[in-house]
Design a protein around this ligand. Structure first.
Ligand SMILES: [Zn+2]
Length: 296
């Protein structure tokens, strides 16, 4: 999955440190991240790429207005301030271009691709929270931690993470696959949805399963969670057994166009896209390795 980066440790702890030339200095625009490619592998810009290129001399570390993001192993990541790029105060380093963040599902090395996605979630949060939602004053940064604080009314803003469930609904050796009715995602998926205010995870699952495919479920078994920076989400994957008539499954035709029971042997055991929890859950079920729980 996208957060599986081997031995390297992703560390989100905020550190009040000064950037050095070898540190990464990420930049984003729209749904794109600034990158280069070398021998088919991902290259992300470092501080020295910004300060030592064609614009050398006029572009200082200070002009980038770097903000600390996180570390992955020994590598430290900073964010180039949007305003510095938007106003033309700094130029992007030569050889780097903005490319879709979706390419990070496939790039090697995986730890660097994951850092680019996590960086984008923080970039989006900073960009969406320039002003206080309560009083409209400009939010201020805290020197020693990540949250934003309103100097006028004291409102404190933390990075937003949207909790979301994914459910693999089981009927013996069959799994319920779905397809989205709209958008660009055409491949099979599982029932999923965002948690609403006041709900437990179990209540979210019951509501989403009923809304999307008109089924009841029981015997919930937690599988794994996954940070999913593309939608600012924390995904929580469960398996559950259908409760009642399995043949009653039908898609709502609003969110979903297809809801189909597929036998274990007909499911794919490997996907080209190994980044998503959904694909891993389908593969795990295909191999008969899903958590079974007490009732089976
Ligand atoms: Zn305020």
């Amino acid at each position: 999955m996208i957060q599986d980066i081997g031995e390297r440790c992703f560390d989100i702890t905020y550190r009040a440190v000064e950037p050095e030339p070898g540190d990464y200095a990420l930049a984003y625009q729209g749904s794109g991240t600034l990158l280069a490619e070398k021998d088919g592998r991902l290259v992300l810009p470092r501080v020295r790429d910004w300060t030592g290129g064609s614009a050398a001399g006029s572009q200082t570390v200070e002009s980038l207005c770097l903000r600390y993001l996180f570390s992955v192993g020994d590598a430290r990541f900073f964010l180039v301030d949007d305003a510095a790029i938007d106003t033309g105060a700094v130029e992007c380093p030569a050889g780097f271009v903005f490319a879709s963040i979706q390419t990070m599902r496939f790039y090697e090395p995986r730890w660097l691709a994951y850092a680019a996605t996590a960086g984008m979630q923080l970039w989006r949060w900073y960009r969406n929270n320039r002003y206080c939602g309560r009083c409209g004053a400009e939010l201020g940064h805290v020197a020693t931690s990540r949250e934003l604080v309103c100097p006028s009314c004291g409102n404190v803003v933390y990075p937003r993470i949207n909790p979301c469930i994914i459910v693999g609904i089981c009927w013996g050796d069959r799994l319920l696959l779905t397809k989205f009715a709209q958008g660009r995602i055409k491949h099979y998926a599982l029932v999923s949805g965002f948690c609403e205010v006041g709900e437990t995870l179990g209540q979210t699952i019951e509501r989403e399963v009923m809304e999307e495919v008109s089924l009841r479920v029981s015997n919930l078994r937690f599988y794994k969670s996954q940070p999913w920076p593309f939608s600012d989400s924390l995904l929580m994957g469960f398996f559950a057994d259908v409760d009642g008539d399995p043949t009653a499954a039908h898609p709502d035709h609003v969110e979903l166009s297809v809801a189909r029971w597929v036998r274990r042997e007909d499911l794919p055991t490997s996907h080209e896209d190994t980044s998503s929890l959904t694909n891993e859950m389908i593969e795990v079920f295909a191999r008969g390795e899903e958590p079974r729980g007490d009732a089976r």
